[in-house]
Design a protein around this ligand. Structure first.
Ligand SMILES: [Zn+2]
Length: 420
């Protein structure tokens, strides 16, 4: 048995930090006592972390793993290294790999690569073949496998009937569907949020309602079918308001906030040089300060209940291009905890709400063992300059940013896997 003492251990029942001792037996947390450790008993076995904070690690519901034919962007090994440093011990990976995760055979391939990793990854299987929104994948076969659920993320499900059928199926198998909400007929290829900034930069703007209209449609369908709906990477104030209203009516819905939608607003695109501007390009686009404020409020009041990185590595030759041609997406895993900790500090979010979004709610969606000894040990106030050195890609607007929060150690299943 290992005993960990700190003046700041997360008490999962009281949902606050306090002085205490955590006991780990094998891969599980086997006990907890608040207050000082009994040092006379087992003195040599207590690891004393002093003022450092000890808490559950993160579960990230939105990872683009790459690998397979895109191992030049990220391999499963570099993905794991970034996740360990960022404090992510488990996550769900999207189906838009090459080849796509749209058949039982490709899901088996995914498991072949992900099983040896210590970070626990479950894949989403595609809703439609090649994520084209037309022909369903073999939902019954796929949903019997140990996958997170279904998602065509990267692409929306414009066909309403198909979405409803997929939702009914995920309900039957007690899994969930994660939706990329974008009306591609009106989103103008999601270049930049339609705003004064997009006009000044001479980039075609994507209106807010290309997201919120889809959110409204799908909340109505989920309400009718009485199935759980998960909304990926929310970006707009109207979407947040719709989710809040649906939750009040009893619709079962969960929604994500990415680090970039939490920390950036579209006006900041104007500070980039022409060469670097493509780092800001992501889908859905980063919207106005008012949208950002609504997202912050949404996390606080429960409309948004999960953090998720939307980690999307791209090589230089796909990202470092003129803005309109550059690929969408940003990396996020390596500094997952620090970015959300910075958001917590700026938005004055409570620790209780932070850990609901960082760990509890996503862990419940993936039906993970809440007693697993998956822990981070961190200093929430240490300032660090983000160097983004572990992924194979470096596409992030946070390169060189000074952010508060540093992970000192990361344990998974009772073993220290990151830290000195
Ligand atoms: Zn997406």
């Amino acid at each position: 048995m290992i005993r960990i003492f700190s003046k700041n251990i997360w008490n999962c029942d009281k949902e606050k930090f306090e002085k205490g001792v955590l006991e780990i037996s094998g891969s599980k947390i086997s006990g907890y006592q608040s207050g000082d450790p009994d040092l006379k008993k087992n003195k040599q076995k207590v690891l004393d972390y002093g003022d450092l904070f000890v808490s559950p690690s993160a579960v990230d519901l939105h990872i683009h793993s790459r690998g397979f034919l895109e191992s030049h962007k990220e391999s499963f090994e570099t993905l794991e290294a970034a996740a360990l440093k960022g404090g992510v011990s488990a996550g769900a990976c999207m189906a838009n790999t090459f080849p796509r995760l749209d058949s039982p055979q490709m899901i088996r391939e995914f498991f072949k690569f992900s099983k040896p990793l210590r970070v626990k990854l479950s894949p989403f299987a595609a809703v439609t073949k090649n994520l084209e929104g037309k022909n369903p994948t073999d939902w019954d076969e796929l949903l019997k496998m140990p996958i997170a659920g279904l998602s065509d993320d990267g692409k929306p499900l414009l066909n309403e009937k198909l979405f409803e059928q997929a939702l009914v199926k995920t309900k039957k198998y007690k899994k969930f569907i994660s939706l990329h909400e974008e009306n591609t007929e009106t989103s103008c290829a999601s270049q930049l949020h339609l705003s004064e900034s997009s006009m000044r930069l001479g980039i075609e703007g994507s209106p807010e309602n290309s997201e919120s209209e889809m959110v409204a449609r799908d909340l109505a369908i989920a309400s009718r079918v009485k199935a759980h709906l998960h909304l990926a990477h929310m970006s707009s104030a109207k979407s947040v308001a719709l989710i809040q209203a649906a939750k009040k009516k009893g619709v079962s819905v969960s929604a994500e906030l990415t680090p970039h939608h939490a920390l950036l607003s579209v006006d900041q695109a104007e500070k980039y040089s022409y060469v670097d501007l493509s780092r800001f390009k992501v889908c859905p686009v980063i919207r106005s300060r008012e949208d950002q404020a609504a997202l912050w409020k949404g996390v606080e009041n429960g409309a948004i209940d999960c953090f998720a990185s939307d980690h999307a590595p791209h090589s230089h030759f796909e990202k470092d291009r003129p803005y309109k041609e550059a690929a969408h997406g940003m990396i996020g895993l390596e500094y997952y905890f620090p970015l959300y900790n910075e958001f917590r500090l700026r938005s004055k979010l409570s620790w209780k709400r932070f850990f609901e979004c960082f760990w509890k709610n996503p862990a419940k969606l993936l039906k993970l063992d809440m007693n697993a000894a998956d822990l981070i040990i961190f200093d929430p106030n240490a300032v660090q300059t983000l160097d983004w050195s572990l992924s194979k890609s470096s596409n992030t607007p946070f390169a060189g940013a000074k952010i508060r929060g540093k992970i000192v150690e990361h344990w998974i299943a009772g073993k220290k896997l990151y830290g000195i």
